[in-house]
Design a protein around this ligand. Structure first.
Ligand SMILES: [Zn+2]
Length: 177
């Protein structure tokens, strides 16, 4: 895979240079928007496009299930830094229908861990459901995440947080909160 990626990349960069697309642009989001969505393959390229955003206009955060787990502050950290240091004013939490983090069970994860050589004592140390961030319902999770962001002490109160749900096939957006 790495060889085909690097092979492709050489041509890609050549073409960008030829088309004069290598100009420096700001690392700050021109639309002052941050999106927090799921790492689902079907959403790659879809979420930004469905919302009408292009490269340079938004910041995009992703994880499995667009979740904020108990005791895990990495998403909070990114939203906080985006707001404090990078001019972000609005955050869109974008869950999606048919999320894998609703469909997977703790048992399946545990079994996969054992089969793939994860040490038993490491498995025993965690509550797999919480550790993996398994969700019961996509909309409920969006509401939960929006509230977590709104209630975080580290995120300025003037940041507007929206919760949406996207269809991973049509790209249709639905307002959740
Ligand atoms: Zn998902």
């Amino acid at each position: 895979m790495i060889d085909s990626i690097l092979g492709f990349n050489r041509e890609f960069v050549e073409k960008r240079k030829k088309d004069d697309q290598c100009k420096e642009i700001s690392g700050h989001a021109r639309k002052e928007v941050m999106i927090f969505t799921c790492m689902d393959t079907r959403l790659v390229g879809l979420v930004e496009e469905a919302m009408g955003f292009r490269r340079g206009e938004v910041k995009v955060l992703k994880n499995a299930g667009n979740t904020i787990r108990e005791g895990c502050d990495d998403v909070i950290r990114c939203v906080s830094l985006g707001a404090l240091m990078m001019g972000i004013r609005e955050v869109y939490v974008v869950g999606h229908k048919d999320c894998g983090m609703r469909k997977v069970s703790p048992q399946e994860i545990k079994q996969a861990m054992r089969e793939r050589g994860i040490p038993q004592q490491a498995i025993d140390r965690i509550d797999v459901k919480k550790w993996a961030g398994i969700i019961e319902d996509e909309k409920e999770n969006v509401v939960h995440v929006v509230n977590k962001l709104k209630n975080s002490e580290y995120i300025p109160k003037d940041i507007v947080v929206h919760g949406l749900l996207i269809d991973p096939y049509s790209g249709e957006l639905e307002v959740v909160i």
